[in-house]
Design a protein around this ligand. Structure first.
Ligand code: GLY
Length: 422
């Protein structure tokens, strides 16, 4: 089968890497891809949000399956467009992708279905939101721009003054553009975060090994939020007891709600959880694989995912179980100095060829220029190692990182610190 992967980051490199091992996949294209992906697939110069261009490409090149990485094309309706044109695509239609596309929509759905989630209020009007915050007592409080804001639309406000400024940033100043036309104000819940990936046709589902992301830029989970600075899987907090609760209290009611609304969820449902006192509270849903969690999760899956994606794209998940390696996967993100604020690009990346063969280097923000691999984004590379336990996997990943260099390279040296300390 011919496969088209949409996107060009570390997540898509991991997807292409996994699909490239499939005996049923004869050719992979990736739009737009990156230099790492180009070693496994043919990269095509189409942007991930060029829906018409992607559909025309899939028709012209006889693509049997399109797998979408990022959320934007899904929320824009790429699955609807491909369906109309009779093209198989793995990813939810726009009505289902709203679970990520609108935080107010997903919070209201959770409230209706009694899914554990923080209490919240929704506002379109800045004066009403200010009045609500003025009477609010339970700080910190979370402010979320309703729509997609490239992972930046969430503010955790320590006190009333900060929260009032946050309301103005989102609703009045439109710092996150139209994503901030609506504001969700949410209770802050402390606990352990967990990322859970669910492959589903809207009714049947498979849960992938749970992962833990590190969203903060600084060690000890401090500083600004990023797209994610590292991840590991399977996260020990996602044990069998917890996963049974998540299935019953979160996944099944969510899928039922989407079916009842006439938008069955077909694709990868990412459930962002916070675990407190054994209760899986839903922080958010995403309508696509997480980045960098995917880079740690996919290397653990022993079975071929191409047939699973195709079954879901055709509307019926038939695979009942996926074989998972009894190993631990550890991913450290190498970022450009300054990220997630302003950073320089174009620095030469050295040392990748010295990394041990059993360590995976998934490219995120890289470019080939004048024959040299250079930095081209905030998150540049993911270094992923597998081993029989987390200390060994972490040791392998950090040893590999010791061989890689680019100017101002930054990475967290404490990925997995909570489990490694134990
Ligand atoms: N790692 C967080 C995300 O993909 O949204």
């Amino acid at each position: 089968m011919k496969v088209l992967v949409v996107g060009g980051g570390g997540r898509e490199h991991a997807l292409v890497w996994k699909l490239s091992q499939s005996p049923v996949v004869e050719r992979i294209y990736c739009a737009p891809g990156n230099p790492g992906i180009a070693q496994l697939a043919e990269c095509v110069p189409l942007a991930a949000d060029d829906l018409d261009g992607l559909a025309a490409f899939a028709e012209k090149y006889g693509i049997d399956l399109t797998v979408v990485g990022p959320e934007i094309p899904l929320v824009m309706g790429i699955a609807d467009l491909f369906k109309k044109r009779g093209l198989a695509l793995f990813g939810p239609e726009a009505g289902a992708a709203l679970l990520e596309g609108s935080k107010a929509f997903s919070k209201k759905m959770m409230r209706e279905k009694d899914i554990p989630t923080a209490s919240f209020a929704v506002f379109d009007d800045a004066d009403a939101a200010r009045a609500y915050i003025t009477d609010y007592e339970d700080f910190p409080v979370v402010l979320k721009a309703d729509g997609l804001a490239a992972g930046k639309g969430v503010l955790i406000c320590a006190d009333k003054a900060e929260a009032l400024r946050g309301v103005d940033r989102i609703l009045a100043d439109k710092s996150f553009g139209n994503a901030g036309n609506t504001l969700v104000v949410e209770q802050f819940i402390r606990g352990d975060e967990l990322s859970l990936f669910v492959l589903t046709d809207g009714r049947r589902y498979l849960i992938l090994p749970p992962a833990q992301d590190h969203k903060k830029i600084g060690e000890g989970d401090t500083g600004a939020n990023t797209g994610g600075m590292g991840a590991y899987a399977p996260a020990p907090s996602g044990d069998k007891t917890l996963l049974r609760k998540v299935a019953a209290q979160v996944i099944e009611p969510t899928l039922e709600a989407m079916r009842d609304m006439g938008h069955p969820y077909r694709g990868l449902l990412y459930v962002g959880l916070i675990i407190r006192d054994g209760i899986p509270w839903v922080l958010e849903y995403n309508c696509r694989f997480g980045d960098p969690e995917t880079q740690a999760v996919l290397p653990l899956i022993e079975d071929d995912l191409a047939p699973v994606f195709l079954q879901i794209a055709r509307g019926k998940l038939e695979t009942e179980k996926l074989a998972v390696a009894a190993q631990c996967a550890f991913d450290v993100v190498l970022a450009s100095g300054g990220y997630p604020e302003a950073f320089q690009k174009g620095h030469v990346i050295q040392g990748l060829k010295d990394v041990a063969d059993d360590v995976l280097c998934f490219h995120a923000g890289t470019v080939l220029k004048e024959g040299q691999l250079r930095t081209a984004g905030g998150r540049v590379l993911n270094i992923v190692a597998l081993a029989e336990d987390f200390p060994a996997a972490a040791g392998k990943a950090y040893e590999a990182i010791g061989k890689i260099h680019f100017k101002d390279m930054y990475y967290r040296r404490d990925i997995g610190y909570k489990i490694l300390e134990k």
